[in-house]
Design a protein around this ligand. Structure first.
Ligand code: AMP
Length: 210
């Protein structure tokens, strides 16, 4: 059973949703750099203050900040703990740093075209408290505007607005897309079509772990 998993794929491809389901089913720890950074921004920590400007424009936060942040998180994982990396690594430099600390079993690439990504992100709503995500059409919350899980008021992330989304997709193509070849060469890559029913996609994600 594979237990050290990277979720690759562009913003909006379903990494958070599938990662959450994996974490629920197998009890793996989900490490999302995006969630950690948003929390740091909310709390106005040193990291948050440094990261905010990059995040607002859809740019990547500098590698050294991310690598330092993740180094500590990975070091604190218990022996044999299953882990899902969501949104990390996003550059070859980050992937090389990760490889020095941990042997990855699987890099799952969720494949979704740009058109679909733009509608997904512009209609995505996020819970600031528990980080659950919803889609106004495909996966709406039971009570409009509120998180099903914790009842908090949902919000539209600033970087999910169309202008910034387009920039994030460009940044993804330039910096993160090369990781598909990087993990293919290591024999770790599995690509899954990320469009369609969430549970059906999860069946394939689940199979890739076996
Ligand atoms: P996400 O929630 O994964 O879409 O991340 C939101 C934003 O956080 C990104 O647009 C980047 O600005 C920043 N970010 C998250 N993960 C990374 C990473 N691994 N490297 C650099 N920047 C990151």
């Amino acid at each position: 059973m594979k237990s050290k998993i990277i979720l690759l794929g562009p913003p909006g491809s379903g990494k958070g949703t599938q990662g959450e389901k994996l974490s629920e089913k197998f009890g793996y720890v989900r490490l999302s750099t995006g969630d950690m950074l948003r929390e740091a921004v909310r709390k106005e920590t040193d990291l948050g203050l440094k990261a905010k400007g990059f995040m607002d424009s859809g740019a990547l936060v500098p590698n050294d900040l991310i690598i330092n942040l993740m180094k500590e998180k990975i070091a604190s994982l218990g022996e044999g703990t299953g882990v899902i990396f969501d949104g990390f690594p996003r550059t070859v430099e980050q992937a090389d740093a990760l490889a020095k600390q941990i042997d990855i079993d699987l890099a799952l690439n969720l494949d979704v075209d740009d058109e679909e990504l733009i509608t997904r992100l512009t209609k995505r709503r996020t819970c600031p408290q528990c980080n659950s995500v919803y889609h106004l059409t495909y996966n709406p919350p039971k009570k409009e505007g509120f998180c099903d899980k914790c009842g908090s008021v949902l919000y539209h992330r600033d970087d999910d607005k169309e202008e910034t989304v387009r920039n994030r997709l460009k940044v993804y193509r330039e910096n993160t897309l090369p990781l598909i070849d990087y993990y293919r060469k290591k024999g770790k890559l599995v690509t899954i079509e990320g469009i369609g029913n969430i549970d059906k996609i999860f069946d394939q994600v689940d199979k890739a772990l076996q």
